[in-house]
Design a protein around this ligand. Structure first.
Ligand SMILES: NC(=O)c1ccc[n+]([C@@H]2O[C@H](COP(=O)([O-])OP(=O)(O)OC[C@H]3O[C@@H](n4cnc5c(N)ncnc54)[C@H](O)[C@@H]3O)[C@@H](O)[C@H]2O)c1
Length: 270
């Protein structure tokens, strides 16, 4: 499949390089010329185990980069992976994402065939339908559900194991609503990484958006709780690691994220 990725930071570079490794023809777009130059020289702008090797192997062939959105119409699917930083009031700053969506719409205005735009950036539930789709329709002159598809596909990669998380996901969540063409394209794209352990959850766009927030909240609650338990253990002179290991042996609780919490580790809220 021909795929364009808009935004080539942590998520965009990992997803682009992994999709190229799976045999797709990938273009990564970024407004940062240094990022684009590095990618075209086979150097990853971000570092993750296994990522440098994938970028070096596929750069200039199945994995190319550009600052221009002109390559978009020649691809089947565009994945949006621009940053959505948190604001002090708990909201998110959508300015960069909105600028990217505007550029995507303008680039697709001249395309006749169906094109799918996939929102991978983490956005508050309702953002895609209420804020991003209207920009896309206005700038492309197209109607979503007709010649243009919009899907939400949150990313669950962790820093430190991003490539492995993409290649062997616990789950892939795709929110397409009732757009069958969008569903078919995403099934084809993710089929190679969905082995017997990985679940494909096909749902609506809003559901996909809230699944990402619910997932992050659940993990944050787990870390926060084990931190509190660790503090109580310290006060009582009890070995917190032994307590965490015993808790983790219960498969309703699970061992992951318990040790990092006891050690005071932090969890990414992205
Ligand atoms: N980093 C993670 O571990 C992680 C995990 C899950 C989800 N997410 C989410 O994925 C999204 C991307 O996160 P990230 O960490 O990759 O961000 P990042 O800051 O590492 O990368 C964003 C990239 O987008 C580029 N960009 C900005 N505006 C652009 C535009 N108009 N056109 C083209 N490129 C543009 C920037 O130059 C930058 O290279 C965010 O919504 C984040 O919350 C991140």
């Amino acid at each position: 499949m021909k795929v364009s990725i808009v935004g080539s930071g942590y998520v965009g570079t990992t997803v682009g390089a992994c999709l190229a490794d799976l045999g797709n023809d990938v273009w990564n777009i970024d407004i940062d010329e240094a990022v684009v130059a590095a990618l075209n020289e086979g150097e990853s702008p971000v570092h993750e185990p296994g990522l440098d090797e994938l970028v070096a192997e596929h750069a200039g062939a199945r994995f190319r980069a550009s600052t221009s959105y002109d390559v978009l119409p020649g691809t089947d699917v565009t994945v949006l992976a621009i940053q959505t930083p948190s604001e002090p009031d708990g909201g998110i700053d959508l300015s960069a994402v909105k600028a990217g969506v505007r550029s995507i719409g303008e680039a697709l205005a001249s395309k006749d065939e169906y094109h799918l735009v996939v929102v991978k950036s983490t956005v508050v539930p309702g953002t895609t339908d209420e804020q991003l789709t209207p920009i896309l329709e206005a700038t492309s002159g197209k109607t979503v559900g007709e010649d243009l598809g919009v899907a939400v596909n949150p990313e669950f990669q962790r820093e430190g194991s991003a490539v492995a998380d993409f290649m062997h996901p616990d789950k892939v969540v795709t929110g397409t609503g009732d757009d069958e063409r969008a569903s078919a394209l995403l099934r084809e794209l993710y089929d190679p990484v969905l082995d017997s352990d990985g679940k494909h959850i096909e749902t609506g766009r809003r559901e996909a958006e809230i699944i990402k927030y619910a997932n992050n909240s659940f993990l944050a609650a787990k870390v926060s709780l084990i931190n509190d338990i660790g503090n109580i253990c310290k006060q009582l002179g009890v070995d917190a690691y032994e307590v965490a290991d015993a808790l983790g042996a219960d498969d309703r609780i699970g061992e992951r994220f318990l040790r990092s919490g006891v050690a005071g580790g932090e969890l990414s809220h992205r």
